[in-house]
Write a protein that binds this ligand. Structure first.
Ligand code: HEM
Length: 222
């Protein structure tokens, strides 16, 4: 029986019939604080990047997403690339500002230099799921504009959980130049990665009502 199953798997893999080609790097994480189910990945230096999406999804793939980043306190900034590479896709860059506040900045890179602001994607920090303690800073944000991006020239990309999704991350051990400002400049990363996520596990029924029930932050400095 075992032999047979192994042989069958082998043939299916050889023919390319396996629906998922590789094991994803993400695992499913249910967050008791927000009540959301995330696809979650932890980097070698213990930064955690989690993504939650709605279920069902609209046919045009324009939907809100939730990103949660948990970072060791020593990390200066942690960035997440929704399209899996540095350039031409929405980037979320997060850092601690003081001991109470986490800033999230929406950027896009058109080359390998400090990414400028990207107003097309907007982040709303959710107070629920956002905090700083002695060892970590953590932020939970809702994004509008992170599920689909692009234009007629470069083409459109979208997050479709039917396929495995390669995200990108980058982080630096150095602080950003002006932590209180979303438009702060910052220096190059110390490390980057391209983790593969299984977004099937990130789907949440009643996503919109669950997210809107979470506490919002009144102002960036609150
Ligand atoms: C001051 C800011 C930044 C500078 C100067 C910078 C510079 C660079 C350079 C020179 C490379 C090429 C490295 C190589 O090919 O060996 C690179 C790659 C990369 N960067 Fe940045 N970067 C910056 C910010 C960011 C941010 C904020 C993110 C993500 C949120 C990011 C994500 C990546 C990724 C994923 C790669 C690997 C190549 C790719 O997938 O496109 N970078 N960066």
């Amino acid at each position: 029986m075992h032999m047979l199953r192994a042989a069958t798997t082998g043939v299916a893999a050889f023919l390319g019939l396996a629906p998922r080609q590789f094991d994803a790097d993400s695992s499913v994480y249910v967050d008791s604080v927000t009540g959301l189910k995330f696809a979650s990945y932890t980097t070698n230096n213990q930064i955690i990047y989690r993504v939650a999406i709605p279920d069902p999804l609209p046919a045009d793939f324009v939907y809100d997403t939730v990103l949660q980043i948990v970072s060791p306190i020593a990390v200066g900034w942690a960035g997440f690339a929704w399209g899996g590479s540095m350039t031409y896709n929405p980037l979320a860059i997060a850092w601690a500002n003081g001991t109470h506040n986490v800033v999230v900045s929406s950027r896009i890179a058109y080359g390998y230099y400090t990414p400028p602001e990207y107003p097309t994607a907007t982040y709303e920090v959710l107070k629920t799921g956002t905090h700083i303690n002695a060892t970590h800073w953590q932020v939970t944000v809702k994004c509008k504009g992170c599920s689909k991006w692009g234009d007629e020239d470069i083409g459109f990309s979208e997050l479709d959980p039917q396929y495995q999704t390669t995200f990108g991350f980058a982080y630096s051990n150095n602080q950003v130049d002006t932590p209180s400002s979303e438009t702060s400049s910052f220096g190059i990363h110390d490390s980057i990665g391209h983790p593969v996520y299984e977004l099937e596990g990130a789907k949440n029924k009643d996503f919109a009502s669950k997210v809107s029930a979470l506490q919002r932050r009144c102002s960036p400095s609150a």
